[in-house]
Design a protein around this ligand. Structure first.
Ligand SMILES: *Cc1c(COP(=O)(O)O)cnc(C)c1O
Length: 401
């Protein structure tokens, strides 16, 4: 079957991810431009009144309005779908637009969702505060615990939602077990794969139904735009997501889609190199007597599971100082690594989750999600790891550790 961008999907699907990340979804105009074109248009014109009538009736292919389709966003959607091994993808304005659209489109009053406790703060807010206002109950569990998933299932459970590795505690979820359990009970799994990207982990290979992204993270990876994506079956995208998306409008803008397209060309390189760098920096810190939680290290309690389902452990890990004062002291002593709460970036960035990304949860919420006052989160970038190690070493010396 030809995809909407003119490529033959049976050809692009056979390519390896590094090839797909550079070429899948590319749709050249009559000019034959090398790089993907940026279509900054909101609407379309038609050669006849019947043409547009047929398109609105869904009886002819073609675009009608950029809230639904745009050539640049569609190139990105086809590229992400190919990378994910998914039937279809729709991009969203931000990662949170993707997460909220997936839940609000799929769930109705009277439904129940089970979600991992350790999660991005806004994901927890949707489950804990937004969904209950619409009569959707949520249960949050320790997502590492396979038995806890089973115990939380109710007759009206419609969705499992989790991240792996999770932000910022680096909890790893057993994808094959949890997705298999969901399948057996007719429950849809929504996996937030932002920490890994499809280069490092492909949850659908383990039975996930919907894979959601903050494409702001590794996919753009250069700190430029916010973006999100949802990958799923053609049927879920068409029947469940699209009625919600076309009427509520969370679509990604074409310019941002174009930036992410260019980001994807280097995704494979960046994700692998940043994982290598992260491992080297994590090993240094551990050798320096700092407690580190990184699925790529044998000291991580779920190291074996992580390495079974991931190609490499990614750029992000948590490490621990003795309390908030020392953690903030280390941040203030850094000379190269930036204090910043973003992740997946090619620049190394470090933050104190308890006072930033997870501040809104309050002390009880943080205790529940495993975010302690001494915890720091480090995103390791593309700099020479020896320079990053030297920076951390001098900062640790300055705070007397
Ligand atoms: C950043 C992030 C999000 C939110 O994505 P935005 O693009 O910032 O809206 C969701 N989940 C995880 C795991 C994230 O790291």
């Amino acid at each position: 079957m030809k995809n909407t961008t003119g490529q033959d999907r049976s050809v692009t699907a056979a390519w390896r991810p590094a090839t797909q990340a550079v070429r899948a979804g590319t749709w050249r105009s009559e000019h034959g431009e090398t790089s993907e074109a940026l279509f900054l248009n909101s609407g379309y014109t038609y050669d006849s009144a019947q043409t547009v009538a047929d398109r609105f009736a869904g009886e002819a292919p073609g675009m009608v309005y950029s809230r639904m389709q745009n050539p640049t966003t569609q190139m990105l959607e086809d590229r992400i779908a190919a990378l994910e091994g998914a039937e279809a993808c729709r991009v969203q304005a931000t990662g949170m637009a993707a997460m909220s659209a997936a839940m609000l489109a799929h769930l109705s009053a009277g439904d129940h969702i089970v979600a991992g406790k350790a999660a991005f703060g806004s994901c927890r807010w949707i489950v804990d505060n937004l969904l209950p206002r619409f009569g959707i109950e949520g249960t949050t569990i320790d997502a590492r615990d396979n038995a806890a998933w089973e115990a939380a299932i109710r007759p009206n459970t419609k969705m499992f939602f989790f991240e792996t590795p999770a932000n910022p505690t680096m909890d790893v979820v057993d994808l094959a077990h949890v997705c298999g359990l969901a399948r057996a009970h007719g429950i849809t799994t929504l996996v937030d794969n932002a920490f890994a990207s499809p280069v490092l982990q492909r949850p659908m290979e383990f039975g996930a139904d919907i894979v959601a992204y903050s494409a702001t993270k590794l996919m753009d990876g250069q700190g430029r735009v916010l973006a999100g994506a949802l990958c799923a079956s053609e049927q879920w995208i068409t029947d469940v997501l699209m009625p919600f998306q076309r009427n509520t409008g969370p679509i990604l803008a074409p310019f941002n889609a174009w930036v992410v397209l260019k980001g994807l060309e280097t995704l494979d390189l960046r994700a692998r190199r940043q994982s290598e760098n992260a491992l080297e920096v994590a090993r240094f810190l551990e050798g320096r007597g700092v407690e580190v939680l990184y699925p790529g290290l044998p000291s991580h309690p779920q190291h074996d599971l992580a390495m079974r389902q991931m190609v490499a452990a990614g750029p992000i890990f948590a490490c621990y100082m003795d309390g908030q004062e020392q953690a903030m002291g280390l941040l203030d002593a850094l000379q190269l690594i930036d204090i910043s709460n973003n992740i997946g970036d090619s620049k190394s960035l470090m933050c104190h989750p308890a006072t930033t990304t997870h501040y809104n949860m309050g002390p009880e919420g943080r205790a529940d999600a495993g975010v302690s006052d001494g915890m720091l989160r480090l995103n390791v970038g593309l700099e020479d790891p020896l320079d990053l190690i030297a920076d951390l070493d001098q900062a640790l010396n300055r705070i007397g550790r």
